[in-house]
Ligand binder design. Structure first.
Ligand SMILES: [Zn+2]
Length: 253
């Protein structure tokens, strides 16, 4: 169920793997994707009942009794803030790529399959966040936007970030022009595949953005999604890829 799970003070966070759920091949097992309607002659879609059960299993283990806050992710830079006034039952998924809260009893979730998941936390200030950053989100600036939103909620300079599993800089091959374009803005992303072709290292780009935003401590949860069979990868499996989750919650004080 978890590639990694840890606790730092009142903060609990996890990055999931694909094990421990009920989805059938090719989405096996713990697919956390949002349900999609099947199209005639379209790509395969996972069973909505299995998706609901996967989420239920995960929530029952990670934050039993918590409300869930998640997103319609659009590769942008918008940050959704879950405050005391945010209705969570029923909850309407905002269109955004990061979530922050200072509210206990809420599990924040972003979904990924090669993009970079990031957890932000300041246990003393009791502020947490999650971010979904692919190539477009990196360029759009969702990472510094989420750090700024966390600070507005009271997070201090003691903000810690965890960079979760994503496609590595040797596996994310891109056209030469794209590497030039992104690399001119974010030089840390410039990379090369093992075959010597142009690639981007999104994790390095995110780490540089976190450092530039003044996040003093950055932890890395290792694991290339494309290389590991226990993780979902869109690059490897295309429309047959499920989704991994990055989760964070504040335990009630
Ligand atoms: Zn790799």
């Amino acid at each position: 169920m978890y590639l990694s799970r840890e606790r730092l003070g009142a903060v609990e966070l996890a990055f999931t793997d694909r094990l421990g759920g009920v989805s059938a091949y090719p989405f096996d097992q713990l697919n956390l994707a949002l349900p999609r309607p099947a199209q005639p002659d379209g790509p395969p879609v996972d069973d909505p009942d299995a998706l609901a059960e996967n989420l239920r299993l995960l929530q029952a283990d990670f934050g039993p009794g918590d409300a869930l806050a998640d997103l319609r992710q659009v590769h942008g830079a918008a940050v959704a803030v879950v405050d005391d006034a945010t209705p969570l039952d029923p909850y309407e998924r905002p269109e955004a790529d990061a979530l922050v809260t200072a509210r206990a009893g809420v599990t924040l979730l972003v979904r990924v399959a090669d993009c970079v998941p990031i957890v932000l936390a300041d246990p003393d200030a009791r502020v947490v966040g999650v971010v979904h950053a692919g190539r477009e989100g990196l360029v759009a600036g969702v990472v510094p936007a989420a750090v700024e939103a966390a600070r507005r909620l009271g997070a201090a300079s003691a903000l810690t970030a965890w960079i979760g599993p994503h496609v590595c800089g040797h596996c994310y091959e891109v056209p030469w022009e794209m590497r030039e374009q992104v690399g001119s803005l974010h030089p840390e992303t410039v990379s090369t595949t093992r075959a010597g072709t142009p690639a981007l290292d999104l994790g390095a780009g995110v780490a540089a953005q976190l450092a530039a935003a003044g996040v003093g401590r950055v932890e890395r949860v290792l694991g290339c999604t494309r290389e590991r069979a226990d993780l979902y990868s869109h690059r490897r499996d295309g429309a047959e890829a499920g989704r991994l989750g990055a989760l964070v919650r504040l335990a009630p004080s």
